[in-house]
Design a protein around this ligand. Sequence first.
Ligand code: SAM
Length: 415
Amino acid sequence: MQQPDLFEPVLAAYRNVQIDDEGITNAALYQALNLVEGERKPVGRARAPHNLEHRKIRWQQQTLRRLGLLERVPGQRGRWRLTPKAQKDGALTPAPEGVALVAFSTDLGLAIWTRTETLAGKLTDQISAIITSPPYPLREARAYGNCSETEYVDFICGALEPLLKNLIAGGCIALNVSIDIFLSKSPARSMYVERLTLALHTRLNLHLIDRVVWHNPSKLLGPTYWASITRQQLNVGYEPVLIFCNDPVRCVADNRRVLQPHSKRHAQLLAAGGEARTATYGDGAFKLRPGSFGSATAGKIPKNVISIAHVSREVEKTRKQAKAHGLPVHGALMPVKLAKLLVEFLTPPGGLVLDPFGGWGSTAMACDEAGYRWIILEMMAEYAAGGGLRMSDRPGFRASFDLEGWEPPASAGRN
Ligand SMILES: C[S@@+](CC[C@H](N)C(=O)[O-])C[C@H]1O[C@@H](n2cnc3c(N)ncnc32)[C@H](O)[C@@H]1O
């Protein structure tokens, strides 16, 4: 069944936050949608004060209930969950614990439907780089305490730790994380990224090489409430990519693999034999002399602010294909161009790249196109299948899941 796009953010929030049949409260739903308690306005004949954003969401909940996609959790006040029908139609099938099945493969790589924690300690291959965007940390606070950020740091450290024995000396890990996580009812950002950075250093002895800024010119406007309503925040335009290395002195990153064409101005300067002037900049830190920039170089070293839009024709095509196959659309992709830059910068030629949170396989696509070997692990069968659709024209492609008339594999269990 095709779900109306209007409801997709609400359904996606349930899919991302609902961990089991306990469902989630509306407070958790609003948080997942980045909506918080704000100004109340009088509504209806009774002129009772209501938060209009929350009201819109409650209306969507009721409509989804009538469509048979959401239901109240029996015996639990104020908790809602996806119905079995919603879970079946376009929803996600997590790999049962201990299960690992090949979803598809190409001449260069392998996509495995599994939980990272199932396979991470069992991989025997040497890994040259780990490049990934993990799931975002938002989880509902449980009655026994707020598990969200602490659990998240443990989760990421726990996922990476068993892989470190396979990582080559000087090997790198790139983590694309979100900064769009806010403290409850506050325009203050969560500092989980800082806590994660410190934990990766102190617990796993990884060293921070860089925090690359991925500027996304087509990023959706937000945080809606804090930027457009209270006006205390600017609209967010970037996400960090944290790069760590297990042995920085032997770090295998090499920017010569990602040089960009020189600008026209630089080419003219080269043709003229370099600068003709003498000048000093930055309180003497930089000196221009006649002939500076006169030697030919292979290309421009990229800056660590990378501007790439998350939308592309290729992603649009994959979305259409996924919908046509009744598969859910993946809503949190890394652009293949960004993945390719990271892969080529961080991985020696011929190396093997692992993405433990593979999604629709952007890292796999990047590796396959750039000639690197790859393994991706993805927990949701439908996303693994969507990745297969996306890569079906790559050399040597073989699908293990049957994409025509898609059914989750027989051994699939729902949590
Ligand atoms: C942000 S998405 C990655 C998207 C991917 N970079 C792409 O562009 O296609 C994170 C993915 O991790 C998957 N995931 C979450 N927990 C997982 C786990 N424990 N093991 C494996 N995959 C997991 C989610 O299903 C989701 O597809």
